[in-house]
Design a protein around this ligand. Structure first.
Ligand code: UN1
Length: 505
């Protein structure tokens, strides 16, 4: 049970993080918690002029920050990781209040930030370039990685802080200031994280002003980032619809873009699968975070020989999963973000029924009254992959289909717009390796015997096709935040030309 009003809990949580923004600005931007549907704050949004000033500050910060040695830049991120550890409980609660996640998932998101900070600290001593064999005697060729410039980060409501941090931690060690435009549905988490970052800056001592700034407001602020030639890289997480706006705008000015957009992620359950494990993995992948992850499992192909074993067990799991207030109930499934999400879910279920789908679950639950939208996750048995199965509906709907032929199911798996995440459940080596091969899953993430969601930060995160093609987080994703220079040095007394060209004057 909550012992204080949600707005008071919100104010206290922000205060604990050190955030000082006014939370009751008359006529300001209302921030609503999906937990109860109530308004927990009204914030003063930034104006377009304010965004311009923030970009100017970031440009000035870049001029200083790019000259600070990378390991020293890493020290700031190390301190930030320490401050995040201290603020873990409050930040996790802020995520739960604003995005409606269970406490465990709220804390998990903060952990993801801490993990990427640790990764980035190590990276600050590993921004390696190659030394390359040259064809000319007395020459040396190498590549050098330099800071790129200001990085604009547009983030979505469903992960209000971790994707920002995948970008920010890397950008900061790479020598780039960051400007953050969070979803207008989750600005408070951004303000809390920024306050925690400011604590790290205070301990660091000599960081330039405005290394990280938050822009609170609507799409006009995102536009300020996409349109400004002073923003070298725009990294945007969100819907494919948003990516279709951001991508061309940034490309038109030859800016760089990292797009991490929607997915329509699927699992395949093969005859040899460990069914208990598959069931648990599918349950988390499809119902976790109330189906509001970009990595949520949305389609499931089950081999005909195990369909009657697995699917009834899944239907039972769907029926018994707990749905409730994430701050007071210990439920596994929290609310949808808002009414529009609920309406979208209903429309998708109606479309599925019209195409012969059998819907299990999906009903609205009487939790926290009319202004909050809690639903039982829906499992929909579909005769074929058509209609709503082909699109991403940001809600807990899992479309289940029967398959008989492995080759055909691989084609069906790839026959959607999204290309983010995928899983196969099998103990058959041939199936597993084929799924991971060039003929298999066409997604940026392809897993075996785990679900589609819950990726670790160490791997590159992102996907193909309508997912946008960008990669964030681990592996060599850092390269997108730097510019590469190829350097050729002649230490001889001759001037041989490449390709044997002669030009004697
Ligand atoms: C997102 O939904 O935008 O793999 C990010 C996952 C998380 C990140 C999800 N690590 O589910």
């Amino acid at each position: 049970m909550l012992t204080e009003p949600l707005s008071a809990l919100t104010a206290r949580t922000l205060q604990n993080c050190g955030a000082s923004a006014a939370l009751d600005v008359a006529g300001g931007m209302a921030v609503r918690s999906p937990v109860t549907g109530e308004t927990v704050a009204t914030l003063a949004p930034h104006t377009a002029a304010g965004a311009g000033a923030a970009i100017d500050t970031a440009v000035a910060a870049f001029k200083t920050w790019r000259l600070v040695p990378a390991p020293r830049r890493g020290e700031l991120v190390r301190l930030f990781g320490e401050e995040l550890r201290r603020a873990r409980q409050d930040l996790g609660r802020m995520v739960s209040i604003e995005a409606g996640k269970s406490p465990s998932e709220g804390l998990g998101e903060v952990q993801e930030m801490i993990d990427i900070c640790d990764f980035a600290v190590g990276l600050s001593r590993q921004l390696y370039g190659l030394t390359i064999a040259t064809e000319r005697p007395g020459h040396r060729m190498m590549e050098t990685w330099h800071p790129l410039g200001v990085v604009g980060i547009i983030s979505a409501f469903n992960f209000p802080c971790a994707p920002w941090c995948w970008n920010a931690a890397l950008a900061l060690v790479c020598g780039d200031p960051v400007l953050w435009k969070p979803s207008e549905k989750t600005p408070l988490t951004a303000l809390a994280v920024q306050a925690v970052f400011d604590r790290a800056v205070a301990r660091f001592g000599d960081a330039p002003e405005g290394l990280s700034q938050v822009l609170i407001g609507g799409p006009d602020l995102g536009e300020a980032l996409t349109d400004s030639t002073s923003v070298a890289l725009v990294s945007a997480t969100g819907s494919t619809r948003m990516g279709r706006i951001v991508g061309p705008k940034v490309a038109a000015r030859f800016g760089r873009c990292i797009l991490e957009l929607g997915g329509n992620n699927a699992g395949i359950v093969c005859p040899s699968a460990d069914m208990d494990m598959a069931l648990r993995a599918i349950a988390f992948g499809a119902m976790g975070t109330a189906g509001q992850r970009c990595t949520t499992m949305r389609r499931l192909f089950v081999h005909e020989s195990v369909y009657d074993r697995l699917v009834p067990a899944l239907v039972t799991a769907y029926g018994s999963v707990s749905v409730g207030n994430p701050l007071s109930s210990g439920a596994l499934v929290g609310p949808l973000i808002d009414k529009a999400a609920f309406v979208g879910m209903g429309a998708a279920l109606d479309d599925a029924k019209a195409l012969g789908g059998t819907v299990h679950g999906g009903a609205r639950q009487p939790v926290e009254g009319d202004a909050a939208y809690y639903v039982k996750p829906a499992l929909v048995e579909m005769p074929e992959q058509a209609g709503p199965v082909l699109r991403e509906t940001f809600a807990p709907i899992l479309y289940v289909m029967k398959y008989s032929d492995f080759d055909a199911v691989l084609d069906a798996h790839n026959a959607v717009g999204g290309g983010l995440s995928s899983s196969i459940f099998t103990t058959d080596l041939r199936e597993m390796e084929t799924f991971l091969s060039a003929r298999g899953s066409d997604c940026g993430i392809a897993n075996v015997n785990i679900g589609t969601s819950g990726a670790e930060i160490g791997g590159a995160f992102g996907g193909e096709k309508e997912t946008g093609g960008g990669r964030e987080s681990g592996s060599d994703a850092w390269r997108a935040y730097m510019r590469r220079a190829t350097n050729t040095i002649n230490y001889s007394r001759e001037l041989p030309l490449a390709q044997g060209v002669s030009f004697d004057i």
